[in-house]
Unconditional design. Structure first.
Ligand code: SF4
Length: 303
């Protein structure tokens, strides 16, 4: 199949994509953002791992970057024989230069494997609108739920409009992401359309086994993918430079991931967060000022 790159303008996306739908914003006396985010029995049932769709099923794969899509694309395309399209909707990525680097890497990989690619408008204004109030949230906190919700809602809308029965996301493959948060956003986005009688399923699968994680890093090395140093948004850039200094495949070992979040929670998880945040910001600014990132100079990246 001849690979195609389709542009999706922001005008074709849901108009209410900047609006919070599940997490709620409120402040306690100490100023911390709170939410009431209960999971319904219907959502709970849809969160279970489900069987692989039948061969040649159309699956829309939301992709956050080339490194996270590498092993998933191989598995879905060549082992499961699925008819996949990559959907790049990541308005969270900041700055725009970083967004372009991640997207171009992903397009190159899609073309190499003959996979159609949907290139969405850079929609950062809508993303920042939806994240208002969550700026001080730590990674895996409420902001990340809002971020996944937004990306999954736009993916689900495109899936429905273009005849996909299934969609899923490369965010599910990273041990740096909370699997429940990622999958819950997908399930909820699908439910928006199921409730309208549309045939759409968020495909929940275990993409983070040891074998998949190892293969993910092998593909990244083989392809010489640009390797980002932070999750994507400006807030994760700010925060991750404080702790995230590990390299190679070990960076996604369960021990490293657990230790990172234990450290981060100890830092942010108390009433002194605003003061500590100031200290963290000064520290990250000092660390980051001497770094250079480049798609060409792979050695400069944090592998
Ligand atoms: S840390 Fe990552 S998942 Fe969380 S809000 Fe930022 S970009 Fe989105």
């Amino acid at each position: 199949m001849e690979p195609t790159v389709t542009i999706l303008p922001a005008s074709a996306m849901p108009e209410d994509r900047h609006v919070l739908k599940y997490v709620t914003l409120r402040y306690d006396d100490d100023g911390i953002v709170c939410t009431n985010d209960d999971i319904t029995p219907e959502e709970q049932a849809l969160l279970q791992y489900t069987p692989t769709p039948a061969p040649r099923s159309k699956v829309l794969l939301h992709s956050c970057c080339a490194p996270c899509s590498g092993a998933m694309v191989e598995e879905m395309r060549y082992l499961m024989d699925l008819d996949i399209t990559i959907f790049f909707y990541n308005p969270n990525i900041h700055p725009k230069r970083e967004y372009e680097i991640r997207k171009e890497e992903n397009i190159k990989y899609a073309i190499k494997h003959g996979i159609p690619f949907v290139d969405c408008d850079y929609d950062s204004d809508a993303w920042f609108k939806r994240m208002v109030g969550f700026e001080l949230e730590p990674e895996r906190g409420i902001r990340c739920s809002a971020c996944f919700d937004m990306r999954m809602e736009v993916t689900a809308a495109y899936a429905v409009q273009h005849g996909f029965t299934y969609f899923t996301t490369t965010n599910a493959t990273s041990r740096w992401k909370d699997e429940l948060q990622v999958n819950l956003s997908g399930v909820r986005a699908a439910l928006l359309y199921k409730q309208q009688g549309r045939d759409l399923q968020f495909w929940v699968y275990n993409w983070r086994t040891d074998a998949m994680t190892r293969r993910k890093y092998e593909v990244s090395v083989d392809e010489k993918f640009y390797k980002q140093e932070y999750c994507g948004c400006s807030y994760s850039l700010r925060d991750s430079n404080i702790w995230h200094v590990v390299a190679d495949e070990a960076e996604e070992s369960q021990e490293v991931v657990d230790a990172f979040f234990q450290d981060a929670n100890a830092h942010f998880g108390d009433a002194n967060r605003p003061k500590k945040y100031q200290i963290a910001l000064q520290k990250s600014t000092a660390v980051f000022s001497s770094r250079q990132k480049s798609a060409e100079n792979i050695d400069a990246n944090n592998w």
